[in-house]
Design a protein around this ligand. Structure first.
Ligand code: ADP
Ligand code: MG
Length: 368
C-alpha cells in the first residue's frame, strides 16, 4: 500500500540516414547520470530522468537498464504492471517496444534487435517453464482507434468492444479475446497476425514495417499479458490424511491470495498529431480523437502529479485511453514510462513537449 513513483526513462534514438543527409543538427545531448541537455537557438534546458539511454544504447541495455526485467518479474508476483512508450511519430516507440518484427522475407528479426516486449516474453516464459512453476500465460491485444476499443486478436473486420466499469474490476473491456501461449514463436505469430503482417514468406513483407508504423501512429495499441496460476493450490484440512480421518481430506482454497498479474505494453499514437489538422475528413477525425485522448492523458498526469492531499477529481472518463490506463496511473499498478525522442533540430518543439510531459509524469504515484 505504499506510494510508488512512476519510473520514467528517456530514450534518444540515433539520427536517421535521412536526417544526417539533410544535415540536421543534433540538439539533444546526454550528460550522464540520467540528465539530458537540449541546446538550440533560443532553448537551453536540462531534464532529469531515472535513466537516459542515448543513441548508442542497445535494445538489451534498454531492457536491463529501464527496470523492465523487474517489471516482468513483478507481474509473475501478481502485480498489474504497465509500460508505455510516448513520443512523436518516428521517435522510436515501436522500435523500443518491439524492434523490427522480421528481418527479411524469410527471416525473423536478429535477436539483438528484439524489443522490450519479446525480452519480457522470454523472461515470463522462462519462469513459467521452470520446474516448480504453475504459471500460465495468455495475451490480449486491443487498439483504441477513433475512440473505439477494438480487438486486434479477433479474426475478421475490426469491431468495437464495450468499455465498462465495475466496483471490483474498475474499467475493463468486455468480451476481449485472450489467447494462451507457451512459446516465443506462439506469441510472435500472434503479434504478426494481429498486425496483419503475414508470417514469413509472404510478398507483403517488404511493406510491413512501414505499414505497421503508419498504423501504430494512428491508434493506441495495448498488449496485455495475463499471468495466472494454472491451479488453485490446496492444502489438507486439519486432521487430514494420515490421521485416520479420510473424510476430512477436502481440498481447501489456498489461504494465500491467488496471484493474477498482468503486464501491459502501451504503444501510444504519435504525439505530433495533437497539432495536426488534416484536411480530409478521415484524417481530421483521427487527429481530433488522438488529440482528445493524449490531451486527456496529459491532463490526468498533471492532476495526478500533485501531492495526494491536494488532488482534485481525476477525469479518467474523458477518453477511452485514460479509462484503460486509470489503474496504471492512479490505482494499484506499477508503471514504467519510456519517453522517446529524436535528437534532430527539426524535431525540437515536439522533443521539448515530450520532455516536459515526461518530467511531469515523474511526480505521479501509485499504490501497488
Ligand atoms: P515510432 O513508433 O515512434 O513512430 P519507430 O520505432 O518506428 O518510431 O522508429 C522510426 C525509425 O527509426 C524506424 O525506422 C526505426 O527502425 C528507427 N529507430 C528508432 N529507434 C532506433 C534506435 N534506437 N536505433 C536504431 N534505429 C532506430
Ligand atoms: Mg510506432
Amino acid at each position: 500500500g505504499r506510494e510508488m513513483r512512476l519510473r520514467v526513462v528517456l530514450r534518444v534514438r540515433p539520427l536517421t540516414c535521412t536526417e544526417m543527409q539533410r544535415g540536421d543538427r543534433q540538439v539533444v545531448h546526454s550528460l550522464g547520470n540520467g540528465t539530458v541537455h537540449v541546446s538550440a537557438a533560443r532553448h537551453n534546458a536540462t531534464f532529469g530522468f531515472s535513466t537516459v539511454f542515448d543513441a548508442g544504447a542497445s535494445q538489451e541495455a534498454v531492457f536491463e537498464g529501464s527496470g523492465m526485467r523487474q517489471l516482468a518479474e513483478l507481474a509473475t508476483d501478481g502485480f498489474s504492471c504497465t509500460v508505455f512508450a510516448f513520443g512523436q511519430t518516428g521517435s522510436g516507440k515501436t522500435y523500443t517496444l518491439m524492434g523490427p518484427l522480421t528481418q527479411s522475407e524469410s527471416q525473423p528479426a536478429a535477436p539483438g534487435l528484439l524489443g522490450l516486449m519479446q525480452r519480457s516474453f522470454a523472461c515470463l516464459l522462462e519462469q513459467s517453464q521452470s520446474h516448480s512453476s504453475d504459471l500460465a500465460l495468455s495475451a490480449s491485444y486491443l487498439e483504441i482507434y477513433n475512440e473505439q476499443v477494438r480487438d486486434l486478436l479477433s479474426p475478421g473486420p475490426p469491431c468495437a468492444l464495450p468499455l465498462r466499469w465495475s466496483k471490483t474490476r474498475g474499467f475493463y473491456v468486455e468480451n476481449q479475446l485472450s489467447v494462451d501461449f507457451e512459446s516465443l514463436e506462439d506469441i510472435a505469430n500472434l503479434l504478426l497476425q494481429a498486425l496483419s503482417v503475414p508470417p514469413t514468406g509472404s510478398q507483403r513483407r517488404r511493406t510491413s514495417a512501414h505499414a505497421l508504423n503508419r498504423h501504430s501512429s494512428r491508434s493506441h495499441a495495448l498488449l496485455t499479458i495475463h499471468v495466472r496460476r494454472r491451479t488453485v493450490s490446496t492444502h489438507p484440512a486439519p486432521g487430514g490424511r494420515g490421521e485416520h480421518h479420510p473424510s476430512t481430506w477436502v481440498p481447501q482454497p489456498s489461504t494465500c491470495p491467488r496471484k493474477q498479474g498482468t503486464l501491459c505494453f502501451v504503444d501510444l499514437a504519435g504525439s505530433e498529431r495533437v497539432k495536426e489538422t488534416g484536411s480530409s475528413g478521415e484524417l481530421c477525425t483521427e487527429a481530433n480523437n488522438i488529440n482528445r485522448s493524449l490531451l486527456a492523458l496529459g491532463h490526468c498526469i498533471s492532476l495526478l502529479a500533485k501531492p495526494r492531499g491536494k488532488r482534485t477529481h481525476i477525469p479518467y472518463r474523458d477518453s477511452k485511453l485514460t479509462r484503460l490506463l486509470s489503474h496504471s496511473l492512479g490505482g494499484s499498478g506499477i508503471t514504467l514510462m519510456v519517453a522517446c525522442i529524436s535528437p534532430s533540430s527539426r524535431c525540437l518543439s515536439e522533443t521539448l513537449s515530450t520532455l516536459h510531459y515526461a518530467s511531469r509524469a515523474r511526480r505521479v504515484t501509485t499504490r501497488p
